[in-house]
Design a protein around this ligand. Structure first.
Ligand code: AMP
Length: 421
């Protein structure tokens, strides 16, 4: 029979790895709560039109990377390629615009893009992100950046650079795009095929083309900073001033435009200096027209998303493993079939007391049980055999130093409770 394999660009998180995923998610949630964000969970698929309108018809995501399908009722649906559009839809549809503002939300979940898989780039990947609706205050942009920075700091990730830019607004960006497009036309023969097409459709995206030849052409291109309207310039200057006042280092990066068309004003990315091509761990920015574009009342917004797989890669490179758990709990190694009932009774009893515990189900030898307990990170092994039965005592072995002591069942339960976290 032909082997069925996981679809290209997806991966399974096995129990040995799951701890780190849980750790990242817990840490992220803890920080979001500190900053007063509430969780939102939206569907993994939405009407395709939402992303066409929200993310932008000309974006790579909508043009080339969406998983779209028709359901049995003939609806045009898409697996979500990112989180913001669905949250904006929920914000409008579920009346979140009626609750006190700003509305601060966080989310975690898988996203889907038909991209070329490589290290740090999958077709199903896991994002964690935040959104703030209802304020244009530069302090909100800073809040989003600070949540992200706090999260990375909590993980122990160093060597990250915050790149930041302003991509202007609907008033000042068109004139800049015009300018940029004219300048690109002069050198269009030096651009890649994709960028040559972008000259007329989305010239901003040429700025962050990763090809050396395009980057070279763009070195001489007009900079957006010089073309911002006074409103955008003031906003950006205030964001930078606030970051300065918080001693948050940043790199002004006039070529940072990001792949989603909805950004206005601030755009930022946290770049790892250790990863190769896929070096952006997370990023985001302001999207003051998105709610309106998706059919709501004009509402400013700012957000960020980070990719868990890439964060894990960066942590691996930095040799960081804060999720490593110390051995804990008890493995029961009662000997002799006549003692099974006592073993089960104790097993369920200590679990009810909140202690992680397990036993053998494969009639292993005592030696094999010990090995199993060790591999499964148990701190204590509990023995009860013929000898112990004579004394009506349980023998507890501390696997961390090999010491053993005997005590009654009552005492053993109390001991385990006292010696657990
Ligand atoms: P974006 O939604 O494109 O702004 O991306 C935000 C973050 O999600 C990036 O910085 C990456 O960490 C992560 N990310 C985006 N696309 C992928 C992908 N195809 N595979 C893995 N992670 C991704």
């Amino acid at each position: 029979m032909v082997k069925i394999r996981a679809p290209r660009g997806t991966h399974d998180v096995l129990p040995a790895e799951a701890g780190r995923w849980e750790f990242l998610e817990e840490t992220f949630k803890k920080i979001c709560r500190l900053y007063n964000f509430g969780e939102i969970r939206t569907p993994m698929f939405e009407e395709t039109e939402l992303f066409v309108r929200g993310v932008g018809e000309e974006s790579d995501i909508v043009k080339k990377e969406m998983y779209t399908f028709k359901d049995r009722g003939g609806r045009e649906l898409a697996l979500r390629p990112e989180g913001t559009a669905g949250i904006v839809r929920a914000y409008i549809e579920r009346g979140l615009h009626n609750v006190p503002h700003p509305v601060k939300l966080y989310y975690c979940g898988p996203m889907f893009r038909y991209d070329r898989p490589q290290a740090g780039r999958q077709r199903q990947f896991y994002q964690m992100g935040i959104e703030v609706f209802g304020s244009r205050e530069p302090a909100c942009d800073v809040e989003v950046i600070e949540v992200t920075a706090h999260f990375f700091e909590e993980l122990g990730l160093k060597d990250l650079q915050l790149h930041i830019n302003s991509v202007g607004c609907r008033d000042c960006r068109p004139a800049y795009q015009e300018h940029l497009s004219r300048s690109c036309l002069e050198n269009s023969d030096l651009l890649c095929d994709e960028c040559r097409r972008r000259v007329s459709t989305n010239p901003l995206r040429i700025l962050d083309c990763k090809l050396e030849s395009c980057a070279e052409v763009m070195k001489g291109a007009p900079q957006i900073g010089a073309h911002l309207c006074s409103c955008c310039r003031e906003h950006f200057e205030e964001v930078l001033a606030l970051l300065g006042s918080l001693n948050r280092p940043y790199v002004l990066d006039e070529h940072l435009v990001r792949g989603l068309d909805y950004y206005t004003n601030t755009a930022f990315e946290f770049i790892s200096t250790h990863l190769g091509a896929q070096n952006s761990l997370g990023g985001g920015g302001r999207y003051d027209n998105l709610v309106e574009t998706c059919g709501g009342a004009p509402t400013p917004g700012v957000g960020m998303a980070l990719g868990v797989e890439r964060v894990l890669l960066a942590m691996e490179k930095g040799d960081l493993s804060p999720w490593t758990a110390a051995p804990e709990g008890a493995f029961l190694a009662f000997e002799g079939s006549g003692r099974e009932k006592e073993e089960l009774s104790m097993l369920y009893r200590i679990r009810r007391r909140g202690i992680r515990a397990d036993r053998d189900y494969l009639k292993r030898s005592l030696k094999a049980k010990m090995k199993f307990a060790n591999r499964n990170n148990f701190r204590y092994v509990l023995f009860y055999g013929e000898e112990e039965e004579k004394r009506r005592k349980i023998k507890i072995r501390d696997m961390s130093d090999g010491t053993e002591q005997e005590m009654t069942v009552e005492q053993a339960v109390a001991f385990l409770v006292d010696n657990s976290e």
